[in-house]
Design a protein around this ligand. Structure first.
Ligand code: GAR
Length: 188
């Protein structure tokens, strides 16, 4: 199966969806390792699945370039064909991009190019949009500027908070991400 390394920073619900979908006999990909930039609670999903995990914190490195190089090396050790940023909250640097350019995807909780960055849900809510959603993109050197691979829309409700809206976005985001990874794996 097409080897995938997943990078997370948070609760890892998108990672859990990728792992659950993997149980299907016809699933064309396999998550082979999960890496994080902090002791993310989502690493538990990886441990429960018996997958190798590694934490590569920025603070343990002299500067961003050293961290980026260490992260690229840690990812490369698992020889992935695809790197999935599933709630990875740091910008990846040139070392990772050089090693895996065109083979890194990111999931983002807004309809890009609107509301890029770390607070896609909060920013959409603050702007007052009536429709938002999520995007799966190819990662390039910019902040959420890469080619859009898939999107899904979610209606904003009058009573929404960042948490309630994000929960409904995640419900459509998870199957969307699984579908993109399956598609990329099947096409390889
Ligand atoms: C997801 O909604 C993802 O789109 C977002 O973090 C959440 C992680 O949830 N990513 C970003 O905002 C990246 N800029 P999860 O840890 O439950 O998968």
């Amino acid at each position: 199966r097409f080897p995938v390394v997943v990078l997370i920073s948070g609760t890892g619900s998108n990672l859990a969806a990728l792992l659950a979908a993997e149980r299907a006999e016809d699933c064309p990909y396999a998550v082979v390792a999960v890496l994080a930039d902090r002791d993310a609670s989502g690493l538990e999903h990886a441990r429960a699945a018996g997958l190798p995990t590694e934490v590569v914190p920025l603070a343990d490195h002299a500067d961003r370039a050293a961290w980026d190089a260490a992260l690229a090396e840690a990812v490369a050790a698992h020889r992935p064909q695809l790197v999935v940023l599933a709630g990875f909250m740091k910008l990846v640097g040139p070392a990772l991009l050089e090693a895996f350019g065109g083979r890194i995807v990111n999931t983002h909780p807004a309809l890009l190019p609107s509301f890029p960055g770390a607070h896609g849900v909060r920013d959409a809510l603050a702007h007052g949009v009536r429709i938002t959603g999520c995007s799966v993109i190819e990662v390039d050197a910019g902040v959420d500027t890469g080619r859009i691979l898939a999107q899904a829309a979610v209606e904003v409700r009058e009573e929404d908070t960042e948490a309630t809206l994000h929960a409904r976005i995640k419900a459509v985001e998870q199957p969307l991400l699984v579908d993109v990874v399956r598609r990329l794996a099947a096409a390889s």
